[in-house]
Write a protein that binds this ligand. Structure first.
Ligand SMILES: [Zn+2]
Length: 296
């Protein structure tokens, strides 16, 4: 954190950094695709030389129209991705003295940038399993039922070392049910067709073996798949411990956040910078052009 704060020590430094990322490959007008720009209305804005459209470095990013200083927002990005277990939006709001709604919205937007690019499917030996999250928890009050549980299918690379099995990268997907078509969504998004996939005897996986190399084995209550069961316990404990409960509409965002951190755990120092890059390239704000051609 001290190094990060030193690097992004003023709003202008943060804005310059965003501008550098955004226009690394040059200006390209969103309105008319013209490639030449002149200085825009405000600091570091660019204005299209042809149609006059003005764009700020923050436009179309998480930082669009934000009321809090950029230095603080950058620090929050750092805080969200570097802390081992992440941070709930409520804890973030308390730590940075924000309105809870502001903290909540900010966290949601950062989570969107943590979504997988789906360009790096799992390879080698891959174990697949399903689980549920939510529903009745010990110590929780109020009504809970089976219907409140969310179904998830998860895949993890298993690396065999001399004495034990190590966890590689992983992806998880929220699904409606355990049918082949729902399970296939995870395979198509996140598993290489060359991977050697192992899973339990569930019939839903059988039709998928047409396109994937799948070996089905007796699970023996998870004993034959220790790596993926550790992972599932970690996901459940993380959701229960850090976020207490997660609404059905947002479960995928939490799974994305968990996998983002897990899959980059070996290069934690570069994670905030990587995430900032993602934030700038993720289109967050579908706002309309005003008469003056502002995106803000
Ligand atoms: Zn233009």
């Amino acid at each position: 954190m001290p190094d990060f704060r030193k690097r992004f020590d003023s709003d202008f430094t943060c804005l310059s950094y965003l501008a550098g990322l955004k226009w690394a490959a040059g200006f390209n007008c969103r309105r008319c695709a013209h490639k030449v720009s002149v200085k825009g209305d405000r600091n570091l804005d660019k204005r299209c030389q042809s149609c006059g459209y003005n764009e700020a470095p923050t436009a179309h990013t998480v930082f669009h129209s934000m009321k809090i200083p950029l230095t603080l927002a950058f620090e929050m990005v750092y805080r969200i991705c570097v802390s081992k277990k992440g941070i709930s939006s409520l804890a973030l709001s308390r730590e940075y003295n924000l309105n809870p709604k502001t903290g909540y919205n900010f966290k949601r937007k950062i989570q969107l940038s943590m979504k997988s690019s789906e360009k790096h499917p799992l390879e080698g030996l891959v174990h697949v399993d399903e689980f549920v999250v939510g529903g009745k928890e010990v110590g929780c009050q109020g009504r809970s039922s089976e219907t409140e549980k969310k179904r998830v299918v998860v895949a993890v690379e298993v690396i065999k070392s001399k004495k034990k099995l190590l966890m590689g990268r992983a992806y998880a997907l929220s699904i409606e049910n355990y049918s082949s078509s729902e399970l296939q969504k995870l395979f198509d998004k996140h598993i290489s067709s060359k991977a050697k996939i192992e899973t339990d005897g569930w019939s839903g996986y059988k039709p998928l073996s047409e396109n994937y190399k799948i070996k089905q084995t007796y699970s023996d209550k998870g004993q034959n798949f220790p790596t993926i069961h550790t992972l599932i316990m970690n996901v459940k404990n993380w959701i229960r411990g850090t976020h207490h409960s997660v609404s059905e509409n947002h479960i995928q965002k939490y799974l994305d956040e968990f996998c983002f951190r897990l899959n980059r755990r070996t290069f934690i120092n570069s994670m905030p910078i990587f995430l900032l890059n993602r934030i700038v390239t993720t289109n967050h704000t579908p706002v309309k052009l005003s008469e003056r051609g502002y995106y803000g």
